[in-house]
Design a protein around this ligand. Sequence first.
Ligand code: PEP
Ligand code: MG
Length: 575
Amino acid sequence: MEIQGGVAVTPGITVGKAFILDREQPIIKQQFIRQDKKSIENEKQRYLKAQEKAIKELKKIEKQTADTKDISIIFCGHRLILEESQQEILHKIEHHFFKAEYAVHHLMQTYQDHLSSREGELYSRRLSDLKDIENRLLKHLTCSKNYSYKLLRKPIVIIAKELTPSQTALLPLNKIVGIITNTGGQTSHTAIVARTRGINAIVGLGEGTNSIFADDTVILDGFTGNVIIRPTQKTLAKYKKLQQKQKKSVASLQKIKAFDTETKDKESIHLLANIENPSEVETALAQGAKGVGLYRTEFIYVNHSHPNEETHYNAYTQALRKLANRTLIIRTLDLGADKDFGLFRTIEDNPFLGCRSIRLCFKYEHVFRVQLRAILRASVHGNLSIMFPMISSVEDLRKAFDVLQSVKNDLRKENIDFAQNIPVGIMIEIPSAALTCDLFVSDVDFFCIGTNDLVQYTLAVDRCNENVASYYKFAHPAVLRLVNHVIQTGNKHSVKVSICGEISKEMILAFIGMGLKEFSLSPYSILEVKKMICGMTLQQAQRIAKRVLQYTNHEDTVKYLCKKVKGIEKNQVLL
Ligand code: PEP
Ligand code: MG
């Protein structure tokens, strides 16, 4: 058994079999299999399958290089070594109970040791040939890249160096129960998509993923961020029990779905959902969302490399129809940085500080106009609002309004209908916008605070970089003061304020105390948050917020808030 620590994305326990999607050079450790017939046979078969694939691959290369005999002969040599080493590797599995990876590595290492004691160019070339052969075989043993998810029968946990947000958005939910990656932070878009789709994920495990082999049993502890690899029977039993307990408490939350979301002293709080795709509206409503507070429309690019006006229009009308007359806040394209989707490939050193989001929309105005036309046309089918992301100045907002106005004029000329008085808001996710939010109050209908980026830009911490994950302090006094300032300014000028960043219920408690009444959350967090709200009073939250604003650091704030939430939940009599 081995334990590796990463960054937890979704609270919950998941147990599954590892499926290695990709990895850098695997580090092979001394590992043994059970000494029974079945385990030996399974391991032998696993090795033989990998060997077959490696040989097939080499034959293909031999064919492709047939014209250049000098090259093709090298790969023919690799293939012969692979074939000839078969008996020895099988022997190591059968008689020494080596795990296949270790058996391969052990034998190749013996060959390499033998060669490295000799000098000369010929020997060093052979040495690199042996490394190449070993890597090819290990790749097929440890990686499952060429597998089709369709062929998978058991629920699996994906192990990958990196998973993009679009790969995550396309994972089949009936086959994948978890994700473990080397890279990523708690609010990276891969993490957000996993959370929205209800997939347990632990990101930023770094080299820790190298300890996981294909088919290993892994436990994802989404509360601590620990990954337990090849657990003992006792540990497995303990976690299975915890998993059952958690499932029960999730099921019991359904009972409060019909309740109004209000504090004990009758203050109504609106809980909406964040979605990436119209198909997620059903889940959001099933989890008790009162609407969609953030529709990340850029995810349309996952399935369409060049979505046209109709593609956009169909997606928005589909979401509106499912929502009946409930709110749908459509955020205009927030492409770029970790949501590049291979489209506009502007290679930049600092993509999060580069041509991202609204800036990209200004650069490629035709793309922006197509989307705005579709939103306006869809507006007659329900209750939609438009939200511009990454606004950093009054000029940004003016530019966005100019394009919107010009698109409206086009539609009028073409006699195409759209709703009048569509509410327009902005995301407050850059410190400059937060500090100067009073300059926007006369032009917008609402502010939506994007804490994921606000934390990143306030604290100069890349939200996707696991190396600085400990600097990503969402309860840092600077962040809290900015959020509080936006809430107070909005409330003073009757501009609605909400938060749509990935925040915990502890932070929600503090923000309610600061005067916030609306939150847009990952669908699977809604009921848990609702439970807390129904067990607290506004007065209590106000007292807590006052205290929170006096703390000088993130750690003390989080500790204090966790204690307060625990207290509220302990006295809960709802369930
Ligand atoms: C945010 O920045 O808080 C936000 C909600 O937007 P995104 O996570 O898509 O950047
Ligand atoms: Mg953002």
